[in-house]
Ligand binder design. Sequence first.
Ligand code: FAD
Length: 478
Amino acid sequence: MSTPKKIAIIGSGITGLAAAYELTLKARQTDTPVEIKIYEKASYPGGKIITKKDDSYLIEGGPDCFIIEKPWALQLVKELGLEDELLNTSSQASGTFVYDNHALHRLPEGVMMMVPTKPLPFLASKLISWPGKIRMACDILVPKRKESGDETLASFVRRRLGREALDKLAEPLIGGIHAGNPDNMSLLSTFPRFLEMEQDGGSLIIGMLKRQKKMVEMMKKNPAPMGPKKTFFISMNDGLGQIVEKLGEVIGSENILLERDISQIKPAPEGGWVIEEKNREATTADAVIIATEAYAAAGLLRNQLPRLSDLLDEIPYVSSATVSLAFPRKDIPHPLDAYGFIVPKIANRRIMAVTWSSIKWNHRAPEGMVLLRAFVGGAHRQELVANGDQEMLAMVREELKTIMNISNPPQKSWIYRWPKGMPQYIMGHLERLAAIDKITNDHQGLFLAGAAYRGIGIPDCINNGRQTADRAWENLSS
Ligand SMILES: Cc1cc2nc3c(=O)[nH]c(=O)nc-3n(C[C@H](O)[C@H](O)[C@H](O)COP(=O)(O)OP(=O)(O)OC[C@H]3O[C@@H](n4cnc5c(N)ncnc54)[C@H](O)[C@@H]3O)c2cc1C
């Protein structure tokens, strides 16, 4: 590349930031002059990642952790020199509760992603009825599905583990990750490993046990493959906002343009792309990475690429909200001996889950206080997200009174709404992605990335952002 090339990234969520970071590294490593600009509609970078400090509280408005099983977030944190800032889940508690039949039941030890791997705690638990337990154990006998291809999460779990496992475990635990509806969720796009386990081991239970054995053997061979011991879920001492801040430093704040609402992307007559924005002159770039929500990308491309725009619009989203509340410890009768609880849809309540944030993570609330975070909305109760603050707070308090017997009001509260915040990978998602790829591949210099496509978790978004940056770089270099 002789003359400085221009790359525009639309959206400064973790995907857009990871893409800009990767491009910045490449430009520095190869000493290539290239202009990398991120255009962000909001007044802050980070998209769904919002960390707020208020007195001695640390509040996460969106995500509060990432998993280490998918290595890309951990790897980025290390590259950024933030390894010492990683925060394990606290050892003062462990596990989670499930609200069922008007009581909180501990999720039996050894239940991994809905699959029981330890017989004794599972048999002793009152969460699943005896017929339900027997049905789950039948997984070992149920033959493999003959047809290949996709299936909904609900149909898969009903088939292998039975109805009760779907209602009390899979729906809140697995469906809950996407705030989704298991009846339309594509298993192949969300948790393909379950289908692989069935195909490989003939059973989920056997497949999960094999996986555990493999992990133990791996740990024996290499006791600390990822450095000092880390928990499955991990966060940062100062919240996930720390990653956003550091990425901003590397990319350069002058390259992250805030309050820039892009309205249209169209091919430039001389090659490259024109980026139009509200109330400003249009600008051009040799390549554009659109790292917004899929429906926002659809809006940007509507006039020029209507078929692509329609496909993007077919990716549905659901709305949710987080409500964080600070209570004096003495006002909470529960022993708080876990990280929180999940609420299955069949319990018919108005919250999906509650994280006991200051129990799960150290340094989140001052001495003597407890920070809880409730999730509202999701595929089943989206309408609740539109409630006003007073109504939302009153509703969450009523739910906490019923479930945890907390009567006194919180001393502080923080509400974050995420309208159309969670993309849903419903049946047909993979075919839709293939059709989207086919069109973008025909348009040199146009790239799409983000949570809507190949994984909604932070590690997947980082991986997708960096891989997309690789492709954009290659494209410019050729
Ligand atoms: C409540 C909640 C809890 C979650 N918890 C977890 C968790 O604990 N762990 C985990 O791994 N994942 C979690 N997730 C998922 C994860 O946070 C998101 O999938 C991920 O952060 C999305 O990143 P992104 O960059 O793809 O998109 P976003 O963060 O949505 O960023 C897109 C950006 O594009 C901008 N934009 C849109 N339109 C335009 C335009 N026209 N012009 C300019 N800019 C525009 C938006 O303002 C936004 O900043 C959670 C999500 C939510 C909502």
